[in-house]
Design a protein around this ligand. Sequence first.
Ligand code: AMP
Ligand code: MG
Length: 339
Amino acid sequence: METKLIKINLTNKNKVLSIASDLIKKGEVVAFPTETVYGLGANALDENAVKKIFIAKGRPNDNPLIVHISDIKQLNELVEFVPKEAEILIKKYWPGPLTIVMKKSKRVPSCITGGLNTVAIRMPNNTIALGLIKKAGVPIAAPSANSSTKPSPTLANHVLNDLNGKIPLIIDGGKCKVGLESTVLGLSNGKAVLYRPGKITKEELEKIIGEVELPSGQIKVPSSPGMKYKHYSPKAEVILIEAKIDANESKDNFLGNVKKIGLNEDSNLIGVISFTKKIGFKNEFFFNNDVNLYAKNLFFALREFDKRGVEKIIVEGILDEGFGLAVMNRLRKAASKII
Ligand code: AMP
Ligand code: MG
């Protein structure tokens, strides 16, 4: 199959969204930008269309998808009921990077939910995504538009690299603003569980709805299936150096640890992601103590190093607080070694 990549702009927006929504209505898949990462979407109410997402990505069938809506009216037909806490959070954060897991209604095909009796729903804060859902007239199931196990795509070209020949259309809407996938919050069984940290932080959520639990890493059957899979892996080996509680200590530690590994700053085969201080490697991304910048460019950096043929990526970890928890969650999954 030929994969078309169309750059969307103010002049061609309506036409592009018509082409894309026609594909969705016909049961095809389309890659589109959201504020978090690029998604690979299909009509959420069409089981055959949804199956094409799993095939294109090589995604395991038991890893459920997020259903994207453009209008709050679509929510009621997808869930059995909307918990009070969800109502409050929806008012504050939708459209935005918060996905809420609720009890599913019978209308939601079980291939979307990996057989679970819950469904994850979000209203994205991106005019292209919202326009596409609206024009298609159906909720759109969409995981990130990467090949399974690869870093999520934050540029249309990332999608093309992974899925060229496997999907008919990629809408190019430029670089994603947030750069990490949405926060996934479970509200289906009377308590709040943070299945995946993201831009909307645990601390922020707790101020509004009280205690938010972290899922236990020890559980045998993950309550959020995405938690058990290998993820975000570039071709290069990722070595993560964890931050210490004291920020200054972490600064010295990173440079010290990189030196201890005995790496050469001029090598084309080494990539470095630094946060507190630029350490002067030839292949280096420096995020200048800015967690938003780190989040926005992390997947880009991992993919860029692959493009440059880097074999080892050394990454400076940050503290598990605020949005930092989301950055560290992705890094720990991408890493083959943690120091
Ligand atoms: P992705 O679509 O790649 O952003 O991944 C969707 C994420 O949402 C994965 O981590 C899933 O495990 C999680 N998710 C989707 N549906 C559910 C659900 N019903 N219960 C718990 N987690 C879910
Ligand atoms: Mg994903």
